[in-house]
Design a protein around this ligand. Sequence first.
Ligand SMILES: [Cu+2]
Length: 511
Amino acid sequence: MKKYFLLLLMAPFLFACNRSGSGSGGEQPDPPSTDDDVIVENPDQVFVRSNVYDMAADDPIILGYQKAITQMQSLPADDPTSWSYQAAIHGTYATPAQPVWNQCQHGSFFFISWHRMYLYYFERIVRKYSENPDWALPYWNYSTTETRSLPAVFRNNNGNNPLYIPQRSAAMNNGAGLANWVVALDCLDLIPFTGTFTPGESFGGSTINGPQHFFNGYGGLESIPHNQVHNSIGGWMSDPNTAAQDPIFWLHHSNIDRLANVWLGLGQGRAWPNNATWLNEEFPFYDEDGNEVRLTGAQIVNSATQLGYRYDTDEATLAEQPLLAAADAPETQGADENKMQSDREQEGKTTVAQSQVKETAFTATPLSVALEMPEAGQRTLRKSTVEDEGDQQGTYLTVEGVKFDEMPNQSVGVFLNVPEGETPDFNSIHLVDVITFFGIGHHAHHMEDGARFVFRIDDTMAALAKAGIDVSNLQVTFALSNGVVLEGETTTKATEPTGNPRFSQVTIEVF
Ligand SMILES: [Cu+2]
């Protein structure tokens, strides 16, 4: 009862919606019950999602996808199973908004769960129109050296291939590869699912009290590879309002969803959050018959037993290990963490270094930010570096007032203490993190103060110190990259960005 009370407080509008239509799936297994948290054990058939790089151009999965896309694109735009309607559920510029449009959850702990639900119903729709009862969504695992390019069948511009999208980055459509840092899987090392506001601290993102279309507290998986792969592919993929129109979107997200299972399989405390909001919030979708359906976090923790699909890379242990954090974990744990964090932020905050407030453009030329570093700040910095072990305090770098006019085609690398005269290298220990614009989506246009990015820099400082680089003085450098490595090259080349990306201030604080 309590959970419904909470839900009522948080999202009363959900109760006004039509809850019918969780019904028949034709020849397919029924979707999970949407009336409560009942876990549907042992569905009739478990579909296997496989690696697109293992498929030939005439693989039934590829042919089925092409057939379904063509079918879905020929449906009327107001049909919820049409290609454009399905894409608009993620986001769209079209108006007036139809039911269930503009729902995508980014920048919070709903990111992974919402996209898992979205893919689940999309897969059922494609299965129907592919006329292949075994059809399962493939994934694009770009994190191996041989698979960095868009799968060949998505690049084949033969005039009638619905998988080819000319709007993408020309380099990607010509077979260029994603850079190492774009597809790095450091996020798998992060054990907490939920965190606060900085991507380096959690796998799954910040705890929030209800759905938000966009927010700023994304987790490691969402930042890299997710956001950056969107930006590097370019075209529709680089904008949340158009991304799901590109057929590669679904294979990219299938891989992100697969990585959630990989992460769970690594165990050692990795688990979905046992948080009432995360578990019980209902999200609306449409099934393959065009009926409105709903899913909650509690219904998607085990893809095989609850949703009837698995990945060919899933660990066998996923069947037995607890996938949800222990039931005695406080339901509001994440919210408490957030509160603690903001308390710390309010109270014992020491500014170590700060730049002037000045709107400054990110350009192709690396930019060193002039920082003022008062004596007292230097002492705090030394103290925090020396006494870091067992200490709650961290050192945080904040980039404030991040804005753009249109979605930029480049991302911004944030670097510490790059030696004079050296070009910042995205694969070096100087890289703190990357500001990826996909993550702030269409939000940043109308945010008066722009977006704020907070990165914890203790690990970078420690790595630099270990390599003999002086960190008693901090220098911040920004450099751009689109994350695409052209054939015959080894690194990315920065060009002047589109969309006028800019920032107003850099601050380094200990709290
Ligand atoms: Cu995405």
